[in-house]
Design a protein around this ligand. Structure first.
Ligand SMILES: Nc1nc2c(c(=O)[nH]1)N[C@H]1C(S)=C(S)[C@@H](COP(=O)(O)OP(=O)(O)OC[C@H]3O[C@@H](n4cnc5c(=O)[nH]c(N)nc54)[C@H](O)[C@@H]3O)O[C@H]1N2
Ligand SMILES: Nc1nc2c(c(=O)[nH]1)N[C@H]1C(S)=C(S)[C@@H](COP(=O)(O)OP(=O)(O)OC[C@H]3O[C@@H](n4cnc5c(=O)[nH]c(N)nc54)[C@H](O)[C@@H]3O)O[C@H]1N2
Ligand SMILES: [Mo]
Length: 763
């Protein structure tokens, strides 16, 4: 492993060089360049990378370095089938790294696990569907099956999947969102009546201040840097709140700007950068409001106001309780919890107050904490005080992860469907869908571990590596009678079979999808509630792949026959699936016709139109107190307990590891690392490069431990450490979840370091 400080801006020639390297690595250069040019273009495919949206500007290429990696990774020429699986046993494969497993190439034929030989063997599509149907039909209760979804599934696939699962009889639809932006959905629904962001991409062109909380867009949403750098060039303030100095939030060279590339120039992104405690953001915002409240009180005495009183009066309720809570929150608590002093918070309040139009964005640094729901409600409180909602250039922007994770929820991938959704299903399909809430991701693991759930089916994703408590999750899946994965590439979940196991290889976003002789388009929804079509461009003839809708239809037909629809008919033309969506889901009326609009169509956002779909029919202030404790801080005095966050390197897509270069952080060659402050390393009596074992602390008797991690001297606040996801997931206790979101607290785990040579000796 090597470390060195990365001097460049984010993007620039470094990104271009890396893009080229990955193009070459995929062994499919010419085709992939052709595909890249089709990314996020009309008549092309939606980037399988992140859920950032695009303005409709014809003729512009819209891809970024990491989008290019995602496309290349999927569009590789390499593939694995019968020969590969007969050569390698599942035990052998399960000992290989995540990188090794996916690097083998695209899955190319349906396979079934043979426990006698410990190998996957070929199976026909129909036999696979029949086997799944047999297992599902013999369960005493439909609630004993779990149907996971990852956020790449198209709207069409997701709609058919949830329809099948509900017609089969359960709401057990855990999904990646449970580990991702669940808290954003819950909080926004409570506060403003809709669980989605209120801004559009155009709003970024009008904002005077953009606050970026807990997000690393240089790596995870590189196209967002475009919006941030333009904002910064026109004089808007970009304020970053992140314990790590992420390069993409500091400066950016746009690889698609000839001027910046040729003059080796870059744009400074953040005008202000604040580095809080992990989980300290709620206290920061509370502090900002406290400052602004006292200014407001002074202003009122002079007949003026700081807050937007007409907005508050007309659109909100709960102000008094909230302001009482703000007054009761003490400065010492705010400073201790946020990790930022009062002067800095006053500076933040100034930037906020002086901006006519403000956008707040956030991602996993905010959503993966115990108090994430109230934290996001606090962000909303601030915007409500100033009426920063529903007007141009202002609003709330949870930046989603997977490219269609928002659309999947809209289509009904939700273990807690609301009553009106279920009524619409009942009306359209003439059956009574199950009403009881199903399992979310953590509950699904519990149910499989206890033996209550016996069948696990995954529409994409990598359940074993993405979820917490890895060894327990492995046990949970192994317990099942049947595990089924609909997937593009081999991953750890596939090599963690239940008693029976099936891999069903599917087409990806970049592939041409032909049904009944005609190429089909699918649709997706981005973070800005824009729905648009996506059509693959790469023809795959040599592999025995099916589309996700076709696979779901095959399983459904084998399990339910023609109930409640003729599954095999519906996939002949995806327009027919869209007609069903149009008839069931509000906002999708005339779905097929609206897709003809360039750039797709906007679903709208009730809160942005001042329609508050809350119980009070107003936007609600939340009067939550700061949590009594965030992360491991209270036991941190002797520096022996650290708070760990798990994050993404620049060279991965969730559990898909493209390589070992975390370029902007200057870490190369190893992923089993711990980023730690030099002073903390010294206090532990260690030096950079030392190997350590890590254990996490939780209120149960399980030992959670990872071994042989290398200490890296890193510019990170004292008391905090950072490790990569998914390598550190074994340390995340699955019972450590957010209140009301049940999202694992992957950004706030109490850990201790133990000597590599002995488990007993705590450093
Ligand atoms: N290339 C690439 N793109 C991706 C992904 C990928 O893996 N690779 N994943 C996709 C998915 S599913 C998602 S959800 C998104 C994830 O996008 P991000 O949320 O950007 O992903 P993380 O790496 O988890 O980064 C979390 C950031 O929050 C900071 N942070 C951690 N804890 C705190 C905190 O308590 N407070 C504050 N203020 N900051 C904190 C970390 O230092 C880090 O910069 O990206 C999507 N896009
Ligand atoms: N500790 C820790 N844990 C985390 C996080 C964290 O920050 N820290 N982040 C969480 C977050 S935000 C998320 S979203 C989850 C991600 O959880 P998942 O969505 O379950 O995981 P991915 O790694 O995105 O899934 C990758 C697999 O998806 C399959 N795949 C790729 N493309 C397609 C496709 O088009 N169709 C189908 N059917 N399959 C496809 C491939 O086989 C690939 O191996 O992880 C969560 N886990
Ligand atoms: Mo995510």
């Amino acid at each position: 492993m090597t470390t060195s400080k990365y001097q460049g801006a984010a993007g620039g020639w470094g990104a271009l060089k890396s893009t080229t390297k990955h193009l070459l690595k995929s062994q499919n250069v010419a085709k992939n360049i052709k595909s890249l040019l089709k990314t996020n273009q009309d008549h092309g495919f939606d980037c399988p990378g992140c859920a950032w949206g695009e303005k409709d500007e014809p003729g512009r290429f819209r891809f970024c370095e990491n989008g290019a990696k995602a496309v290349n990774w999927e569009a590789t020429k390499k593939s694995i089938g019968e020969a590969f699986f007969s050569e390698h046993s599942v035990s052998f494969l399960s000992r290989q790294s995540d990188y090794f497993l996916e690097y083998q190439g695209r899955l190319s034929q349906p396979m079934v696990y043979n426990p006698d030989t410990d190998h996957y063997e070929p199976i026909t599509w129909q036999n696979a569907f029949d086997l799944i149907a047999t297992e599902l039909k013999q369960l005493p209760s439909p609630h004993q099956a779990e149907f996971y979804t990852s956020g790449r599934a198209s709207n069409e696939a997701a709609f058919l999947y949830q329809l099948f699962v509900r017609a089969y009889g359960t709401n057990n639809l855990p999904d990646c969102s449970n580990m991702c932006h669940e808290a954003s959905g819950v909080a926004l629904k409570r506060s403003i009546g809709i669980g989605k962001g209120t801004v559009t991409i155009e709003d970024f062109e009008h904002a005077d201040a953009i606050f970026v909380f807990g997000q690393n867009p240089g790596t995870n949403h590189p196209r967002m840097l475009d919006a941030l750098s333009s904002a910064s060039r026109r004089g808007a303030n970009v304020v970053s709140i992140n314990p790590l100095k992420e390069r993409g939030l500091e400066r950016f060279t746009n690889p698609q700007s000839a001027k910046e590339m040729l003059t080796l120039s870059s744009t400074e992104i953040s005008s202000y950068y604040f580095r809080p405690n992990l989980g300290g953001d709620m206290a920061i915002v509370r502090g900002m409001v406290k400052v602004l409240l006292s200014r407001h009180q002074t202003a009122v005495q002079n007949g003026q106001s700081v807050f937007n009183l007409p907005f508050i009066e007309k659109h909100t309720q709960g102000l008094d309780d909230y302001l009482t809570t703000v007054e009761e929150t003490s400065w010492p608590l705010i400073e201790a919890q946020s990790g930022i002093n009062k002067q800095a918070i006053e500076k933040l309040a100034n930037v906020y107050q002086n901006a006519e139009r403000v956008i707040l964005t956030w991602a996993m640094g905010i959503t993966q904490h115990q108090h994430s729901v109230v934290m996001i409600q606090e962000l909303t409180n601030l915007q409500l005080l100033f009426g920063q909602l529903g007007k141009t250039g202002a609003g709330l922007c949870p930046v989603r992860g997977h490219s269609n994770v928002q659309g999947d929820r809209t289509m009904g991938i939700n273990e807690k469907p609301n009553a009106s959704f279920l009524q619409a299903i009942e009306k359209q399909f003439s059956f009574s869908p199950p009403q009881a809430h199903g399992h979310n991701t953590v509950q699904a693991i519990d149910a499989m571990l206890s033996g209550e759930s016996k069948v696990f089916i995954a529409l994409g994703g990598n359940f074993v590596s993405a979820t917490p408590d890895t060894p327990q999750t492995i046990k949970a899946l192994s317990n099942c009678n049947l595990t089924v994965s609909i997937a593009t590439k081999l991953n750890r979940t596939h090599v963690t079979p239940g008693k029976k196991s099936i891999i069903l290889p599917c087409l990806g976003r970049t592939d041409v999808d032909i049904q009944n002789g005609k190429p089909q388009a699918i649709t997706v929804e981005d973070s800005f509630s824009m729905v648009h079509a996506s059509k693959g461009v790469i023809e795959v003839k040599s592999r025995d792949l099916r589309s996700e809708p076709a696979i779901i239809a095959g399983i459904a037909q084998a399990t339910l026959g023609n109930f409640p629809i003729n599954w095999l008919d519906i996939i002949n033309n995806y327009d027919d699936i869209r007609n069903l969506i149009a008839a069931t889901i509000p906002g999708f009326e005339q779905f097929n016709q609206k897709l003809g609009q360039p750039g797709g169509f906007y679903l709208g956002n009730s809160a942005a139109s001042y329609i508050w779909k809350t119980d009070s029919a107003k936007a609600n202030f939340s009067a939550a107190k700061l949590p009594p404790q965030i992360s491991a801080l209270s036991s941190n005095k002797n520096q022996k307990v650290f708070t760990m966050q798990t994050l993404r390197s620049h060279d991965q897509y969730n559990t898909t590891i493209y390589g070992f270069e975390d370029r902007y952080r200057g870490i190369s060659g190893d992923r089993n690392v711990v980023l730690m402050n030099a002073k903390d390393i010294k206090t532990l009596g260690r030096k950079p490069g030392d190997k350590v074992d890590i254990i996490s602390l939780w209120h149960d008797s399980n030992t959670r431990k990872v071994s042989g991690f290398t200490l890296v001297d890193y510019d990170i606040p004292r008391g905090q450490v950072a490790c990569y996801f998914p390598e550190a997931n074994a340390l995340v206790p699955r019972a450590s979840v957010g209140v009301d979101s049940d999202t694992p607290t992957s950004k706030s785990i109490a850990v201790q370091f133990i000597d590599n040579s002995s488990v007993e000796k705590i450093i």
